[in-house]
Design a protein around this ligand. Structure first.
Ligand SMILES: [Fe+2]
Length: 243
């Protein structure tokens, strides 16, 4: 299986002071009441989708230190096109701050449908950003988010070459409050001297569902590098502007 063995890693939970919690804590979540209010106001599905995407981004707090360098990640070079920034995407309603620090966010014992995603965080001149933080969250293999705990959520830091490695499962499509979403992985990425990027990554072989999701952007599709019966390897590089 694609070298999915992940060294044991201490799981820690970042501490985010109350002052940097999203305004109103979980107020960033689009609630069923929000949606029903939208329905009551006569909004259509497209407008409801816009409502769902209109909320501001939650910030990473100082609980994510940037001062930490991730353990080295082996990986092949992917050509970088200087100057091309990674597109942002909406945070969506299911972000939970302060996820544990870990590179393997699978449920214990899950060995089928595994996705090993590696890549780099670069600046616009293709220079690696060490100590960048990446905070991932996604559905489980049933298309369900854990909004009570931290299943399939975790943050990590790039190594000295700007590399990261995420071990997870392939995300699944879901419909939440009448909004269909193609499989995707949410992520927030920030270097010590870059703005925060909030975006989503997509699966290149989910053509049918990608075509049904207005949020899908081809430039945000990961690239498969390996596959076998139980696992896939893939790569994606993030490009952020410094300053
Ligand atoms: Fe999502």
């Amino acid at each position: 299986m694609l070298g999915a063995t992940e060294p044991a890693e201490t799981v820690t939970r970042a501490t985010v002071p109350p002052s940097v919690e999203p305004e109103g804590g979980n107020a960033a979540i689009i609630t069923r009441r929000d949606m029903l209010a939208g329905v009551g106001a006569g909004l259509g599905v497209a407008a409801l989708s816009a409502l769902a995407f209109a909320r501001r981004d939650s910030r990473l707090g100082p609980g994510y230190q940037f001062g930490e360098v991730g353990a080295p990640v082996p990986g092949s070079e992917v050509p970088c096109t200087a100057g091309t920034l990674t597109s942002s995407e909406p945070e969506g309603p299911f972000y939970t701050p302060s996820a544990p620090k870990r590179r393997d966010i699978r449920d214990p014992g899950v060995s089928v449908g595994v996705l090993v995603l590696t890549g780099r965080v670069l600046d616009t001149r293709c220079r690696p950003l060490a100590r960048a933080v990446l905070d991932f969250w996604q559905t489980d293999h049933n298309g369900v988010y854990d909004n009570q705990g931290y299943r399939y959520r975790g943050h990590q830091y790039t190594d000295v070459d700007g590399r990261f490695r995420l071990v997870t499962v392939l995300p699944q499509a879901y419909t939440a409050i009448s909004i269909f979403r193609t499989p995707h992985i949410h992520v927030k990425v920030q270097g010590a001297d870059t703005p925060l990027l909030t975006t989503q990554l997509y699966l290149p072989d989910a053509e049918e569902t990608n075509a049904r999701d207005l949020g899908y952007q081809p430039s945000l599709a990961i690239r498969y590098t390996e596959r076998d019966n139980s696992s896939r390897g893939a790569t994606f590089d993030f490009v952020l502007a410094r300053g």
